[in-house]
Design a protein around this ligand. Sequence first.
Ligand SMILES: *[C@@H]1O[C@H](CO)[C@@H](O)[C@H](O)[C@H]1NC(C)=O
Length: 170
Amino acid sequence: MIVFVTVGSTKFDALIESVLSADVLQSLQARGYNTLVVQCGDSQANILENTKGQATIVKNGVVCEVWRFKPSLEVEFERADLVISHAGSGTILEVLRRRKPLIVVPNSSLLDDHQQELANELSKGTYLVRSDVGNLGPTIMSMNPSELKEFPPFCGDRFRKIVDEEMGFC
Ligand SMILES: *[C@@H]1O[C@H](CO)[C@@H](O)[C@H](O)[C@H]1NC(C)=O
């Protein structure tokens, strides 16, 4: 099974470091994920030094493909069995519409962020799982993707205001 990690084009060093840590990779492996595809955007990734923006390693039994930018995110969302992402609203809504299990990790140093608010609301509704950088391994171990609710094909009142503000639609 495939996990896709994206921070969009943002810089989120701690999330990239976390997903490539032994703790998280062991958790992924234990839950049956054997391939990790990472789009690290602007984040620091030692593995990409002296490369043309793409490198693959095998660590803790998981094949880790790290990209600065993937040519097509749609393809990755579509083939992923689990997505782990920063709290970008566009990414969140796109993944939920594709009915893919999603773990959102907000960057806590970006205070007063509407995107975090959206992640919190959707996690309360159990449409996604919210985690943080230090707790990703345990989150992967304890989450049950089949317990997540399917995102409604319409914009429910519960999210209308927040989605409106963030995305300018509904
Ligand atoms: C959070 O975002 C800022 C701005 O993009 C970035 O500089 C910082 O590295 C990020 N925080 C972590 C913990 O990675």
